[in-house]
Design a protein around this ligand. Structure first.
Ligand code: TYD
Length: 215
């Protein structure tokens, strides 16, 4: 049986990590085998590429270089980690995936959705998530939540209007991909966001059949 590939998208500070951990617990309580991973990263090589992409010293990085590095990191992650896990029948929950590149590089940086989608189809061998949750939160609220954490990385330190473009981009993408993408109000409490995710999962036929908790 093929496993399940779930991705979580959203603005910086939208609570993705917390929700991913709650979702993992939810599936594990049903005896499922769950892998949690992230992009850029998830394998030794992909994490090394991450160090280059997010390094705040590399202010001169060209946008096309940036898009290709995200895709390169993803190619390794898909081949070495995600595909083998799904083929075993496991669940993979990934913090960001191709949608991040479409929105950040394609829309906010202005490289164009089509070009970014094309290089990513090559990088992923055409793998697409079964379901994607977009945790929607205003940039200001996200930054407020991150205030006491680590220093901002190269992408996080972009100007306000860049993040507005990111948010608008996600909303557009969610509208264009309603079968796969689920828009969740991340301004709710942690428990409310989790419950919204579970409710939506149960409504998705493909997942409800395979993973409903009444079994
Ligand atoms: P991440 O570590 O997930 O940051 P956060 O925990 O704040 O969500 O991602 C790092 C940054 O990389 C984030 O600002 C979004 C950006 N990014 C892209 O621009 N394109 C991509 O394809 C991915 C995966 C991330």
């Amino acid at each position: 049986m093929k496993g399940l590939f779930i991705t979580i998208e959203g603005m910086d500070g939208s609570g993705k990590t917390t929700q991913i951990n709650l979702l993992k617990d939810f599936f594990e309580k049903q005896g499922k085998h769950v892998h949690v991973t992230r992009e850029p990263g998830g394998t030794r090589i992909s994490e090394a590429i991450r160090e280059i992409i997010l390094n705040i010293d590399y202010q001169e990085m060209d946008y096309i270089t940036e898009a290709l590095l995200y895709a390169a990191s993803r190619a390794q992650h898909v081949a070495e980690y995600i595909l083998p896990a799904i083929e075993k029948g496991d669940i993979v929950i990934c913090d960001r995936f191709v949608d991040s590149s479409i929105v950040y590089q394609g829309m906010a940086r202005g490289l164009g959705q089509e070009m970014v989608a094309t290089i990513n189809r090559f990088a992923t061998r055409g793998l697409e998530p079964d379901v994607t949750f977009f945790l929607d939160l205003e940039h200001r609220q996200g930054m407020e939540r991150k205030k006491n954490q680590q220093e901002l990385d190269r992408l996080e330190s972009e100007k306000e209007y860049f993040h507005q473009k990111v948010r608008d981009g996600y909303k557009q993408l969610a509208k264009d991909n309603q079968k796969r993408m689920i828009d969740v109000d991340a301004g709710q409490s942690i428990e409310e966001v989790h419950q919204s995710i579970i409710k939506a999962l149960k409504q998705k036929a493909i997942i409800a059949d395979k993973y409903n908790d009444e079994e």
